[in-house]
Design a protein around this ligand. Structure first.
Ligand code: ATP
Length: 201
């Protein structure tokens, strides 16, 4: 099973890296592809440009052989949809089960994602706990209806949802950007390459 973990990573922080690590352990994933998103217009200006976000992810995962940086959403023209990204992974790795990784806040938004039915035809979804976020609304109903345990995955058709308890780290890129703005240190909240990037200022 291969993990696919998208995010804006503006910047990457240890909440992201522990999510990928702990979900990979819990599900015994072969590897996790980190897919930085081209930032959609509605999110406003990112703090870091695309090349910097990508290179900070690359440097931060350099020592972890099971993590792979994937820059396809930056190479693609036009809007980037997770459904297209997963379809490309499915074509590249035929016969492999795909697992889409996300935190609970992102999962609550999943029912509104573009072509979500197609997403659930292509991949399972691993949902990691995140401080301040509980499953609600349609996402909660999906979790109840599609919930699976790790043992049920082999041979199961895509579209199962696996809640995964991870170490709760109350860190967000939004909070980190505010700290940068205030001139505060990010050390120990982010990997060392990100600390160095902002120290260079
Ligand atoms: P922002 O504050 O800019 O929205 P973020 O910290 O939420 O950023 P993203 O890049 O938007 O980071 O998130 C990518 C994925 O990582 C999402 O699925 C999100 O739920 C998850 N995630 C981010 N931070 C954490 C955390 N501290 N604990 C658990 N999941 C997290």
């Amino acid at each position: 099973m291969i993990g696919v973990f998208g995010g804006t990573f503006d910047p990457i922080h240890i909440g992201h890296l522990r999510l990928a690590t702990e979900v990979a352990e819990a599900l015994d994933l072969e590897r996790v592809h980190l897919v930085p998103a081209a930032i959609p217009p509605h999110r406003g200006e990112p703090l870091l440009d695309a090349d910097t976000r990508l290179s900070l992810v690359a440097e931060s995962i350099r020592d972890e052989p099971s993590f792979v940086l994937d820059d396809r959403e930056h190479r693609r023209e036009g809007p980037s949809y997770t459904s297209d990204t997963l379809a490309e992974f499915a074509a590249e790795f035929p016969g492999e089960s795909l697992v889409l990784l996300m935190g609970m806040d992102a999962f609550n938004g999943l029912p509104d994602w573009h072509e979500v039915d197609r997403i659930l035809e292509l991949a399972h979804v691993a949902v990691a706990t995140r401080p301040g976020a509980e499953a609600r609304g349609t996402a909660r109903q999906w979790l109840d209806a599609r919930r699976a345990s790790v043992g049920e995955l082999p041979g199961a058709a895509p579209g199962r949802i696996l809640p995964v308890e991870i170490t709760r780290l109350d860190i967000s890129a939004t909070g980190l950007r505010a700290m940068v703005e205030q001139g505060r240190s990010l050390r120990y909240l982010v990997p060392e390459p990100v600390v160095r990037h902002f120290a260079r200022g």
